[in-house]
Design a protein around this ligand. Structure first.
Ligand code: PLP
Length: 440
């Protein structure tokens, strides 16, 4: 019999280093500094030694209902005892109930759902639907975006992870609004909106509107830095798409399901998409799932035509059961109201107060439990804090008991939707201490 090692955290890291091939990384130097996580509850996780961490990244920005929510665990238990898996072409109540609930929270006229394994293949299939429906080829998406890691999704992605992966064709990028670092010399949100729309119009005209199947957009871009759309931007994109018969796909994979205090982030803005992609927060990631919610005319287009796509785990019952439990819990526990209260009365004000004490915080932006601190070496020049300093900030936060989401020169503040005001106060003390020690 193998002996159980004394130091289980060291053992977890040893296994990780020996056998896990990691995402988006060179494999050496190894991940010696990786946090070992044994268990979790609500907004916290623990290692084997009993050290606790506030999970202010919600893992991969997916654990919206927090760790080990009893309703979700119960849904998995009940479904696993009934039937643990099933193939896509069968009718199944759990899968159907999940789709029915997603249709109910989407705008009127969205009645069908295509389930996938996660967000990348949700976007992959939404783009395929748009191309088949319009008979056009090109997909327009923003440079500041992340849409996933499959063939077309990684090329639709704007961030530099796209570049070594450019094997799909028909993808064109444009700049979305980002007033703090405006590409358009804008000084007000209104100007930024108008000029970003004019830029998009020029890209559409230059590419040939008749060749464009869809515009794919995160209504509030997450990984690129939580840029809330300025007034009129999303509705302006909608109008432009309508003018040229282009479909609009909203990627709600990260920003949906309570993160901004809405079911869908676009609910707070005046625009209706044709396809909605989802994953992550739809079931807090307890079992992998994603999908596309499809507007009726697009779904009907495939009534007599074959949709050439499918997945073994499309609508997996364990995942579907957690979708049902998760959407019911968001409604029954008043999670959307809670997130709005947290954003407006706790998280937003305390991050702004932090910015008053730290000149290194160039801008605080966000809503709900979807915030970012943009760190600069100089508020006038807005020079980003260098990568080496950001690495020290990340390590300092972990050392003080907070799991952060750090990207480029930004600390993204992404706690679970169930975070409490007391946990926010605790986290702000940690951010404060680390910024003081690293940037003063
Ligand atoms: N779309 C957005 C906006 C995302 O943030 C992500 C993942 O972070 C994806 C798509 C890809 O989802 P997945 O990693 O589940 O494939």
């Amino acid at each position: 019999m193998t002996e159980t090692p004394d130091d289980l955290d060291a053992y977890a890291r040893e296994l990780d280093e020996a056998h896990i091939f990691h995402s988006w990384s060179a494999q050496t130097p190894a991940h010696a500094a990786a946090v070992s996580i044994k268990s979790g509850l609500g907004s916290r996780v623990w290692d084997h030694a009993g050290n606790q961490y506030l999970d202010f990244s919600s893992q991969h920005v997916n654990v919206n209902l927090g760790h080990q929510h009893p309703a979700l665990l119960d849904a998995i238990r009940v479904q696993s005892q009934l039937l643990a898996t099933i193939s896509p072409p069968t009718a199944n109540i759990t899968r159907g109930e999940a789709a029915k609930r997603l249709a109910a929270i989407a705008p009127d006229g969205f009645n069908r759902v295509f389930f996938t394994n996660g967000g990348s293949d949700a976007n992959e299939n939404a783009m395929r639907m748009a191309r088949l429906y319009t008979g056009r080829d090109k997909i327009l998406s923003a440079y500041r975006s992340y849409h996933g890691n499959t063939g077309s999704s990684i090329v639709a992605t704007g961030d530099p992870r796209r570049i070594p992966n450019e094997f799909a064709r028909g993808h064109v990028h444009f700049f979305g609004p980002y007033l703090y670092r405006s590409e358009f010399w804008a000084t007000t949100p209104e100007q930024e909106s108008e000029r970003a729309l004019q830029h998009l119009r020029r890209v559409v005209e230059a590419e040939g509107p008749q060749s464009i199947a869809a515009v794919l957009l995160e209504p509030v871009p997450g990984t690129p830095g939580v840029m809330l759309p300025p007034p009129g931007y999303l509705s302006g994109v909608r109008q432009l798409c309508d003018e040229y018969g282009i479909l609009l796909i909203f990627d709600e994979v990260m920003c949906g399901f309570g993160r901004t205090g809405e079911w869908f982030a676009f609910d707070a803005f005046d625009a209706r998409p044709d396809l909605i992609t989802f994953a992550k927060g739809v079931n807090s990631g307890y079992v992998p799932i994603g999908g596309v919610i499809i507007d009726d005319p697009i779904a009907a287009f495939f009534n007599e035509r074959v949709f050439p796509g499918g997945l073994t785990y499309s609508g997996h019952p364990l995942a579907a059961a957690t979708v049902v439990a998760s959407l019911d819990t968001i409604a029954s526990e008043g999670i959307l109201d809670h997130v709005r209260d947290i954003g407006e009365n706790h998280l937003g004000p305390s991050l702004r107060a932090l910015a008053e004490r730290h000149p290194s915080i160039g801008e605080v932006r966000g809503r709900g439990v979807f915030w970012v601190l943009e760190l600069v070496t100089d508020r006038q020049t807005r020079e980003p804090v260098p990568a080496a300093t950001m690495a020290r900030i990340r390590a300092g936060l972990v050392e003080r008991g907070l799991l952060p989401f750090v990207s480029e020169n930004r600390i993204h503040v992404f706690p679970p939707c169930v975070v409490t005001a007391a946990e926010i106060a605790e986290a702000v003390v940690i951010y404060d201490a680390v910024l003081t020690s690293e940037l003063r």
